[in-house]
Ligand binder design. Sequence first.
Ligand code: B1M
Length: 219
Amino acid sequence: MADLGAIAAALIDGKHETVSELVRAALDEGVAAEVILEEGLIAGMKVVGERFRDNIIFVPEVLVAARAMKAGLAHLEPIFAACGIEPVGRLVIGTVKGDIHDIGKNLVGMMMRGAGFEVIDLGVNTSLQKFIAAIEEHKPHLLGMSALLTTTMPQMKKNIDELREKGYLEHMKVMVGGAPVGREWAAKIGADGYGKDASEAVQVGLALLEQVKAGLPAP
Ligand code: B1M
């Protein structure tokens, strides 16, 4: 029987090889990727976040936990990203300037790929100039911005304000997310959508895509 608690525990301890083996074993036993993600990997990372907040562990321990999370996610990626159909739309996504957290953003990218989006991932610490260059090159239907720090959330507003002023939002919708970001913040900064997690991001993304397509030719 797959032990999802053991996956969480190994992640908390930063044992990336154990996480990798346990995730593989759970998949081979037929446990759904979503269940492994939520009850194993995300449950473990939640504890890491709490211990980090309470100064029980520090950046080095969080880094090894993040490496372990990525080792587990590597097995889930082909499952989340498998869609085998023509792209339904294009998403440019990145973590905003000043912020190097990428696990949640990567997960959103994976699931959006699985939902049929072509995903252009700009990585972390993404400047507005880099977003704009990608928008001009790829002409996406959606722009996704992720922020994990309260200090980098305002960057989302700056980006949206500037993109609106330059006319980029006439043909593209913006969605935002990240642990400290909420629906209220998203509305306040003029984002078109917010996802509390990767699954909600997909639902919101597909709904926004419909709106964009109503006013735009198909990709
Ligand atoms: Co950082 N960190 N960190 N960290 N870190 C947090 C965010 C923090 C809450 C920890 C804490 O104190 N409890 C805290 C922020 C406090 C605040 O802002 N008020 C914090 C801090 C303080 C810092 C540093 C400043 C620490 C320091 O250096 N003293 C530093 C900042 C560096 C920087 O960015 N400039 C820092 C560094 C790091 C590491 C590098 C060590 C590492 C990141 C490794 C990496 O990403 N490659 C790290 C980690 C791992 C965390 C925690 C523990 C876990 C984040 C994570 O990966 N969660 C985090 C604690 C927490 O969030 N509770 C913490 C798992 C992931 C699946 O969830 O990212 O929320 P999440 O993504 C979700 C949703 O939010 C949503 O879907 C995802 C999937 O369900 N979502 C979107 C995300 N993006 C979306 C976009 C969308 C839609 C949905 O649309 C586009």
